[in-house]
Design a protein around this ligand. Structure first.
Ligand code: ATP
Length: 239
């Protein structure tokens, strides 16, 4: 069953079509990759899906419900949460307090929020950092903190925006394993990523955007051998 349906979504900024007539569906339990060159409209689409921008046209249907026009906090309560490419933790709060901010989307009890936050810190293997100031974390741990905060909202669909960006190969590998672990627990994910090897490994299907439009969609193998994708995005090195 599709947990998310994107139906002919367009987003205009003045005369620029950042997304143009984009349609696809994300099935429950899968990892959907979203790739495309810089400026292709990937982040804009995440923003349209999660309520940060209202789509100019088209529909976002999540869990059978039309989401157009709902604010991000409402979208989050309904079970869809995103991470940001540029992670900005609350620097002067501890790691666990940052994750509690996510948990408080579901409960008003600080005790419950703390318990949920500690569970999610275990998932990202950062429980030993719970009392550390978030502002002092290196980039790899900031990225994992961002994932823990999102998980603490107890989503049905997690959208990750370049969670491996700026990480070294060992840190990226840790994130890949984390994404696969999260999938094992049944959570549906949508992932924007520039690292082709990583996106090929983790995705069940991939949507390719160029200049705001959907170029194609398919399994990683189908996408990587598609001549239009090679011409528009991958270049000769992947041919
Ligand atoms: N708030 C905005 N106002 C005006 N133009 C915008 C806005 N947000 C994005 N754009 C433009 O929309 C287009 C798509 O941008 P977007 O950030 O969605 O692409 P992207 O595929 O995520 O790129 P990248 O891989 O570099 O992160 C770009 O031309 C960008 O300049």
């Amino acid at each position: 069953m599709a947990i998310l349906e994107i139906k002919s979504v367009s987003k205009f900024f003045g005369g620029l079509a950042a997304n143009s007539n984009v349609s696809f569906a994300v099935e429950e339990g899968m990892i959907m990759g979203l790739i495309g060159p810089n400026g292709a409209g990937k982040t804009t689409l995440f923003n349209c899906i999660t309520g940060y921008y209202p789509p100019s046209k088209g529909e976002v249907i999540f869990d059978g419900r039309r989401m157009n026009g709902l604010q991000p906090d409402k979208v989050c309560k309904l079970g869809m949460v995103r991470t940001w490419q540029k992670v900005r933790p609350l620097a002067k709060l501890s790691v666990v307090d940052n994750v509690m901010v996510g948990a408080l989307a579901r409960t008003s009890s600080l005790r419950t929020a703390r318990e949920v936050a500690m569970e999610q810190l275990k998932v990202v293997r950062m429980e030993h950092r719970a009392d550390f100031l978030a502002g002092g974390l290196p980039i790899g741990e900031r990225k994992k903190l961002e994932v823990a905060r999102a998980l603490a909202t107890q989503p049905k669909l997690l959208l990750l925006d370049e969670v491996m960006g700026g990480l070294n190969p060992a840190e990226s590998e840790e994130i890949i394993q984390l994404i696969l672990d999260i999938k094992q627990h049944g959570l549906t994910q949508m992932v924007i990523e520039h690292d082709m090897k990583a996106i090929m490994r983790i995705s069940d299907r991939i949507v390719v955007l160029t200049s705001g439009e959907k170029l194609t969609e398919g399994t990683p193998q189908e996408v990587v051998s598609n001549q239009d994708v090679i011409d528009a995005y991958l270049g000769e090195s992947h041919a």
